[in-house]
Design a protein around this ligand. Structure first.
Ligand code: NAD
Ligand code: UDX
Length: 482
């Protein structure tokens, strides 16, 4: 069986590598129009960082797994075609800032119609608005050139999280396959089910109608993000009352109906999916006249933006209401640990908030390149498809230093802000850092990874999200106050 996947990104690459690695009798080709990306997949330096990915790719590459830019050829030959192209939020026109941009998606569908001359199963792997399968069916059926071509559309959204992609793909909680409830649709579902069943227990492979599967993906991301906004809302309350958000997470997570995962208060969620998918759902709801439902989900984003802004405000007010020309160390730029991905990372908003006030930032992240950080900070929100302004790039270059280690970043800094929960930040030599900083030395821990008690004993003024406030920050008469 030949499988092709259009889109060799964070989803297409690892997902197809896992299928090639686990399945007997399949040949998988991952396709992209981006030549640089394909060259990287074919090299020793893969285009994305994921623990365990290199091993899986190198075991299968050149045997059952191939990466290519010859999209038309491989799609024409395939029995199953996954579409895993990007579906970002629209940046202009109708629905800008909310709706998913389906340009890449539609161009992939039109290419499939053009080159196909045999029956194919088309699998939606990208996260798409509910009812996209219908649009794809229409694009395909109206553009097919060869009478031998016939298509069954399936929805098979991906639930992997970055940083744990290989683990998630190897042992997913569930896989969902949605299809038309017709004989041909059910047969297509069964064919794809057999692929996954080669390593995933059958009772974890759910099947459904197309719309349930499409909507399940949006709803799952909305629920996950809503949990984070809920605990982040509680964190604001904790700081005002002396309650500790970690103790609260532990208590509410012990309720088996709630469960312990995804209850870590933070500087805000990031990543390419949560915000995009919720905004998309909000757009769909508004379009269907469900204003209250749209407002409900939009509030998840409102709290997330509030949390990022709140963090910046705490830093500025704690540093005596001015950060102008002050060096501030930023520990972590990726949107979560174990990835180099910076899409929608809260670090962008926090750094921009501090840069606006004239702070000088020394940024350290073990996986994010200097070029990536500077590019992210030079672009306006939702402007990733526009050339960024030279003036902003120059400004950013003057105010940002990319440091080779935490210790270098902290030298001469007034404060350090932890924005990603990298494991190495849990084991820092806080004494060494303190000795190298301007006094009073501040820690603003946006991920609750630093031992606040130990930091305070050394002499730091310490702020952790949702933690009881350091008296220095609340009480001007405190013995520690300047
Ligand atoms: P990505 O931007 O990393 O990769 C998409 C790739 O598709 C790019 O390399 C792009 O060049 C390629 N592409 C676009 N149009 C093409 C075309 N016509 N022909 C060939 N290649 C084309 O995106 P991603 O993070 O892999 O996400 C892909 C989809 O999966 C999105 O819908 C996303 O919402 C969803 N998703 C992402 C994650 C995640 O963790 N990143 C998880 C689950 C679902
Ligand atoms: C998410 C979904 O988890 C995944 O199922 C879907 O396929 C894609 O979107 P991802 O964005 O890669 O995955 O990472 P995730 O682990 O969900 O984290 C998203 C953001 O939430 C990160 O910024 C993370 O730091 C933050 N987060 C997560 C919290 O702030 N607190 C938590 O308790 C958990």
């Amino acid at each position: 069986m030949k499988i092709a996947c259009i889109g060799a990104g964070y989803v297409g690459g690892p997902t197809m590598a896992m299928i090639a690695h686990k399945c007997e009798g399949v040949e998988v080709t991952v396709l992209d129009i981006n030549e640089e990306r394909i060259a990287a997949w074919n090299s020793d330096k893969l285009p994305i960082y994921e623990p365990g990915l290199e091993e899986v790719v190198s075991a299968a590459r050149g045997k059952t797994l191939f990466f290519s830019t010859e999209c038309e050829k491989h799609v024409a030959e395939a029995d199953i075609v996954f579409i895993s192209v990007n579906t970002p939020t629209k940046t202009r026109g109708v629905g800008a800032g909310y709706a998913a941009d389906m340009t890449y998606w539609e161009s992939a569908a039109r290419m499939i119609a053009r080159v196909s001359h045999s029956p194919k199963i088309i699998v939606e792997k990208s996260t798409v608005p509910v009812k996209t399968a219908q649009a794809v069916e229409r694009v395909l059926s109206n553009n097919v050139l060869n009478p031998g071509a016939r298509f069954d559309i399936l929805s098979n959204p991906e639930f992997l999280a970055e940083g744990t992609a290989i683990k998630d793909l190897e042992k997913p909680d569930r896989v969902i396959i949605g299809g038309r409830q017709t004989p041909s649709g059910l047969k297509a579902i069964d064919t794809l089910k057999k692929v996954y069943a080669q390593w995933i227990p059958e009772d974890q492979i759910l099947t459904s109608n197309l719309w349930s599967s499409e909507l399940a993906k949006l709803a799952a991301n909305a629920f996950l993000a809503q949990r984070i906004s809920s605990i982040n809302a509680v964190s604001a309350l904790c700081e005002k009352t002396g309650a500790d958000v970690s103790e609260i997470s532990k208590c509410i997570g012990a309720d088996s109906r709630i469960g312990p995962k995804f209850l870590n208060a933070s500087v805000g969620f990031g990543g390419s999916c949560f915000q995009k998918d919720i905004l998309n759902m909000v757009y769909i709801c508004r379009g269907l006249g469900l204003e209250e439902v749209a407002n409900y989900w939009e509030s998840v984003i409102t709290i997330n933006n509030y949390q990022k802004r709140r963090f910046v405000d705490v830093v500025i007010s704690s540093l005596f209401n001015t950060v102008r020309a002050k060096r501030i160390a930023i520990l972590g730029f990726a949107f979560k640990k174990d990835t180099g991905d910076t899409r929608e990372t809260p670090a962008i908003d926090v750094c921009n908030g501090l840069l606006e006030e004239g702070a000088k930032l020394a940024v350290y992240d073990p996986q994010v390149t200097e070029e990536r950080m500077k590019m992210d900070l030079s672009m306006d929100k939702f402007e990733w498809d526009h050339p960024y302004s030279e003036r902003k790039a120059k400004e950013v270059s003057d105010l940002i230093e990319c440091s080779e280690s935490v210790y270098k970043a902290c030298e001469g800094a007034h404060a350090l802000c932890v924005l990603t929960e990298w494991d190495e930040f849990k084991e820092l030599d806080l004494r060494r850092i303190y000795d190298s900083m301007v006094k009073p030395a501040f820690i603003f821990d946006g991920r609750n990874v630093i031992d606040g008690k130990a930091a305070k004993e050394i002499g730091f003024v310490f702020f952790g999200v949702g933690k009881p406030l350091d008296p220095f920050l609340t009480d001007p008469a405190s013995p520690n106050s300047p």
